[in-house]
Ligand binder design. Structure first.
Ligand SMILES: Cc1cc2nc3c(=O)[nH]c(=O)nc-3n(C[C@H](O)[C@H](O)[C@H](O)COP(=O)(O)OP(=O)(O)OC[C@H]3O[C@@H](n4cnc5c(N)ncnc54)[C@H](O)[C@@H]3O)c2cc1C
Length: 258
């Protein structure tokens, strides 16, 4: 089958607004692909020489509800899933209003906040290699082990959209740093917070060129205008080095660096 490609300008497409124009393969269930799949690029830092990249075709942007089973295409955005759940009075998707991404990225990252995670009501994930039950995918904090290109997933639904919960989550998020970022830069180490550690080593608000750790929340790396990949990597490595030297703690990136 003939391959199709799409040009993406990651300085515009990615949430952190870093990266160049790259031609990437458009994927579907028949694709023989051994690169990285790009979702909404809300958790990506793209280097000037990334590995082979692909993106799902638009046919994977869909939601269907059949009895108690919700089937969602992996290209569907979190905002669309949230709005669907609200309209159909479905529970457990309230937290998606505040996490940008597509379903494929949300599942890969096991995205979540305030005790909610996308894997909670998940039943199965279909990839180009087959269909896998939730128990086969080793979900943990911001972690999953999934083989292949995620095409769609099924969820068991419960009725009752919780509007006050949605409002409470949004309120808690209101003081999140503004500006171009990929959300949290590092995962929280067991029993501690990456933001606290970065602040403790003096890097809260610290900048290199157009890039810096936010003055509001030290675990947010912000592009203040014309940040480059190298500035972002310098800051990431500096934080890891200082936190290791002062506290003996290894920080692990939450952002996926390609
Ligand atoms: C302002 C802001 C706030 C955020 N807050 C949160 C938060 O509260 N909680 C949280 O968990 N995250 C948060 N994030 C991070 C981000 O929203 C999540 O990680 C989200 O899941 C990324 O989805 P995406 O579609 O953009 O994935 P991408 O960033 O494009 O990709 C992320 C990973 O998923 C893989 N991937 C994507 N699609 C597929 C697919 N179809 N098949 C196989 N692999 C795939 C990619 O290869 C990559 O490894 C935040 C980000 C921003 C910018």
């Amino acid at each position: 089958m003939e391959k199709k490609y799409q040009k993406i300008d990651f300085a515009k497409y990615s949430s952190v607004k870093i990266g160049g124009v790259i031609e990437i393969e458009i994927l579907d269930e028949n694709s023989e692909f051994n690169g990285f799949v790009v979702g909404g690029a809300n958790n990506l830092l793209i280097s000037p020489n990334p590995p082979k990249l692909g993106i799902l075709s638009n046919k994977f942007d869909f939601i269907t509800l059949d009895g108690d089973i919700l089937k969602i295409g992996a290209k569907t955005k979190s905002g669309k899933i949230y709005n669907f759940a609200k309209r159909q009075n479905l529970a457990n998707f309230e937290f998606l209003k505040n996490i940008p991404g597509t379903l494929g990225g949300l599942i890969t990252m096991n995205a979540g906040l305030m005790g909610f995670e996308i894997s909670q009501n998940l039943l199965s994930v279909r990839t180009n290699k087959g269909e896998y039950g939730k128990d086969e995918l080793n979900f943990a904090y911001r972690h999953s082990e999934i083989n292949g290109i995620i095409l769609e997933a099924k969820f068991k639904v419960s009725r009752g959209f919780d509007a006050p919960l949605s409002e409470a989550i949004a309120q808690k998020r209101a003081n999140q740093p503004k500006g171009a970022s990929f959300g949290s830069c590092f995962k929280n180490p067991n029993g501690d917070s990456a933001g606290r550690l970065i602040e403790a080593v003096g890097l809260k608000g610290f900048r290199v060129g157009g890039c810096g750790f936010s003055e509001i929340h030290a675990n947010f790396l912000i592009n203040y205008g014309d940040a480059t990949y190298f500035e972002a990597i310098t800051l990431i490595n500096l934080a890891k080095m200082r936190v290791k030297a002062e506290f003996g703690v290894d920080l692990h990136e939450e952002v996926v660096i390609l």
